[in-house]
Ligand binder design. Sequence first.
Ligand code: EPU
Length: 421
Amino acid sequence: MDKLVINGGHVLKGEIDISGAKNAALPIIAATLLTDEECIIKNVPDLKDISTMQKIFEYLGVKLRREKDVLVRESGSYNETTAPYDIVSTMRASICVLGPLLAKKSKANVSFPGGCVIGPRPIDLHLKGLRALGADISVEEGYIIANTKQLKGKDIYLGGHFGSSVLATANLIMAATLAKGTTVIHNAAAEPEIQDLGNFLLKMGAQIQGIGAHTITIQGVKKLHGAQHTIIPDRIETGTYMAAAAITNGDLLLRNTAPSDIMAITDKFREIGCLVDIDQNTIRIRRKNKMLKAGAVTTLTYPGFPTDMQAQIMSLLSISPGISVITEKIYPERFIHISELNRLGANIILEGCNAIVKGVKSLSGTDVMASDLRASAALILAGLVARGKTTVHRVYHLDRGYENLEKKLKAVGADIKREKE
Ligand code: EPU
């Protein structure tokens, strides 16, 4: 297992290219199961989660070929409809093959994704939506077993306790593209990654109205065909490097990004004392004054502040003078990073789903343990500004979601290296 060793205190300056969005690429790759024709997907980040999806495809008998950042789903039919436990257990997002398999093959056998360190992650909305379309679903021996004679369009309300669900919306849109008749999804997720999936499906010949809105209408078609698509830039990677510039009092230009997808992040960074200059596909970020300011952050579904940036902004606020409050409304238990940030000298207490962050003058490096993908990013950010050496253990989480993170940070002045445990 690898660890990252960071010597803090270096000001980051320069330019970083943003990679394609992991959370758009995963459902889009899954969507290629809806056709037997070739699909060409560009700007696919080289990440562990993407290779996990490739393993599922291999198991299903569908050939995926990578050429640099292009993933080619080769033409050809497949008969296997099982996504087995040993692959699904390493990536929850594997659940997004359920809808396409069911729609294309009329059956699917997907290992039930387990719990997760960021809190309970139920799949009731996925099952509710697919059952409404006419799937017969049972859970047996740890597998979701779904069958249908023919999916049929329906009016479905897909909201849960915490609002809309990104991957349940993805699963349902994909299933509905080949269902008979019209499906209307109410309280659909509107995240940019869902919009990207919708746009890819349109290119495949799907009939969808309302992409990006909370009500999506899908008119089922008989067949989808191959398509070419370029994945949108990763908004969470963008936000993470914005935090890296702000926390080190640096000045970064982020290229190949989509500023319109991260208005809530930009707005918050401005509120806490950053200058953010936006161009069509670049963002320049630096501090306005020497010090940052405290702030209040509440995570919400899109276009609100994303839960996937909660841990990173917590690192930033931990050195911003004053009291900040961070409220987590999507995953109320996504706070494991607090104890590790406190080991670095932060002063954060948890009250229900509110983290109360008392800004400290400085952090000091030590050994910390990464618990999940975004927590890993938060600890690295803290390490960039902490005095002395910070060692982030168990960084395999990071490789699931950030392409070339050390290389990108090093190129703008960070002292960071990967070592074997
Ligand atoms: N929920 C339910 N029932 C369901 C599904 C979800 O109650 O059937 C709840 C969840 O427990 C949570 C809320 O609804 O409280 C939102 O969860 P959602 O389903 O939207 O999450 P997801 O689709 O499983 C995606 C991202 C996550 C990101 C969330 C929220 C992918 C592959 N994953 O997960 O990304 O945090 O949306 O935006 O797209 C990450 O990249 O680090 C990551 C965890």
